[in-house]
Ligand binder design. Structure first.
Ligand code: ADP
Length: 455
């Protein structure tokens, strides 16, 4: 073979992390004729199913720590996105000059089809899924994955796809070298993951790397209303395709009186799509520009937008109990996503929020809280801190668990109100992840609805 960069065989590869992307990269690189070793810090008991897969694949591994001697003899390290950059092993290997790559970098060595790379602080999964649905109307071989669902290197028939639609996180971008999307999409940038990146500047720099290998033959679709996004695209080499609602002079795609227009031609009345809320209109603009770039027919764009349902845990409607509506927005792990959720409702909101905060301050939320929120029921490890930031503006109560917060919310909610879980925080203090938090919330709500109990 050898028609791609670094597709040589017989390399010694040290894969760091036994999560789904580590396993996928290990399998792919072994298939390509390399000598692969997988290393995991967790003890054997916590990674049983990964071990089973490695045994089947005949790939050697270690658990409970990383052997620096083995790593030091390798040609490269493939790092899983969850692992911080500054663990001792990586600091030492960097000093030795051993290159460290992410799994999306590895995937790009084996990929011939164009890549759409979608990043941003919020909206990546929704937009990636929507772009996938749109492109499936035109192409048979559409791979949708990356940071969402299936890892890039796990695509079973890698070179033979028509197009790759990849959700890309800042962690994955930290360790690229040649990764280059034909179409880069940047949705928005607000504070997030600062505990891992250290500073906002470093977080922004990581996001900007999506554009670094693009050329004039590529395009970048970006949110022209977001000053940080505009800033990082300023010196982009790719052809620029802005979208937005505020400065529509130079955009091809815009929204006028609720109608999405492309070069003055109507695509759809946005009231016809289940993807409600201004934030989703931004996601739709980005996705439709991707579809138009790949010549998806307008009637196909219309029918996908008419039927596309909100993903689970993203302002997901659960049900109604005596005129009180319940929504699960467990995926809202930062304040920008909770702002999007509150903006979406006209009715008074009883908000359940809290968990492990990723931001230093929530004072900027006071104004919107005052406008939209009847009462905030806080829970989790950052509850007290959030309470002191919000309490001058809005009625706030503190509970130790989400279950107690919900119980209290149900007691005070009246017909016509919305009870919304949109935590603004990570879940790891009390749950495995946002999915578990959302599932438990839905079960609790459904129990109340089943019993028909308001108080
Ligand atoms: P990501 O994959 O970037 O986390 P999701 O589509 O899973 O994005 O949405 C995460 C959270 O952000 C949800 O609470 C969702 O309602 C909200 N959200 C989605 N799109 C946007 C957007 N464009 N701006 C702000 N918040 C958004």
């Amino acid at each position: 073979m050898g028609f791609f960069y670094k597709e040589d065989m017989n390399r010694r590869i040290f894969v760091l992390g036994m999560g789904s992307s580590g396993l996928a990269a290990a399998k792919k690189m072994k298939e390509m004729g390399n000598d692969v070793f997988v290393s995991e810090a967790e003890p054997e008991n916590n990674v049983q199913s990964a071990i089973q897969q490695l045994l089947t694949l005949n790939i050697p591994f270690e658990t409970g720590g990383h052997d620096e001697q083995i790593a030091g003899q390798c040609d490269m390290i493939v790092k899983s996105p969850g692992i911080p950059q500054n663990i001792p092993l990586l600091l030492n290997m960097r000093q030795k000059g051993i290159p460290i790559y992410s799994e999306i970098e590895v995937g790009s060595w084996y990929c011939r089809a164009p890549i759409i790379g979608i990043t941003g602080t919020n909206g990546k999964s929704t937009t990636t899924t929507l772009v996938g649905e749109l492109l499936k109307r035109k192409f048979a071989g559409v791979f949708v994955g990356g940071n969402l669902g299936i890892p890039f290197t796990a695509c079973p028939d890698m070179p033979d796809q028509d197009v790759f639609v990849l959700e890309i996180s800042s962690y994955q971008l930290e360790n690229i070298e040649k990764f280059k999307p034909r179409v880069a999409v940047i949705l928005n940038i607000t504070p997030d993951h600062l505990n891992r990146h250290g500073t906002m500047d470093r977080y922004i720099a990581a996001k900007k790397r999506l554009l670094e290998n693009q050329t004039a033959q590529d395009i970048v679709i970006y949110n022209n209303d977001d000053p940080l996004v505009v800033e990082i695209t300023r010196d982009a080499k790719a052809h620029k395709v802005p979208f937005g609602l505020q400065n529509t002079n130079h955009v091809d795609l815009l929204i006028q009186d609720g109608i999405l227009l492309h070069q003055k031609n109507k695509i759809i009345d946005l009231a016809q799509t289940p993807l409600a809320g201004l934030h989703n209109h931004y996601n739709i603009m980005a996705a439709v520009l991707c579809a138009l770039y790949f010549d998806v027919a307008v009637q196909n764009i219309q029918s996908v937008l008419q039927s596309f349902q909100t993903l689970e845990h993203r302002i997901e409607y659960i049900g109604d109990l005596n005129g009180v509506q319940f929504y699960n927005d467990s995926k809202a792990t930062n304040s920008a996503s909770t702002i999007a959720a509150l903006d979406r409702f006209e009715k008074p909101v009883v908000l359940l929020a809290g968990g492990m905060a990723k931001e230093d301050s929530f004072i900027h939320m006071r104004k919107l809280m005052r406008q939209k929120v009847k009462k905030v029921m806080l829970f989790g490890s950052s509850g007290k801190k959030i309470m002191s930031d919000l309490s001058p503006a809005v009625n706030v109560e503190l509970y130790s668990t989400m279950k107690e917060a919900l119980q209290a919310a149900i007691k005070i909610a009246e017909t016509g109100d919305v009870i919304l879980l949109s935590p603004m925080c990570a879940s790891h203090d009390q749950f495995d992840n946002y999915i578990q938090r959302g599932i438990i919330f839905k079960q609790l709500v459904q129990n109340y609805i089943r019993q028909g109990k308001v108080r």
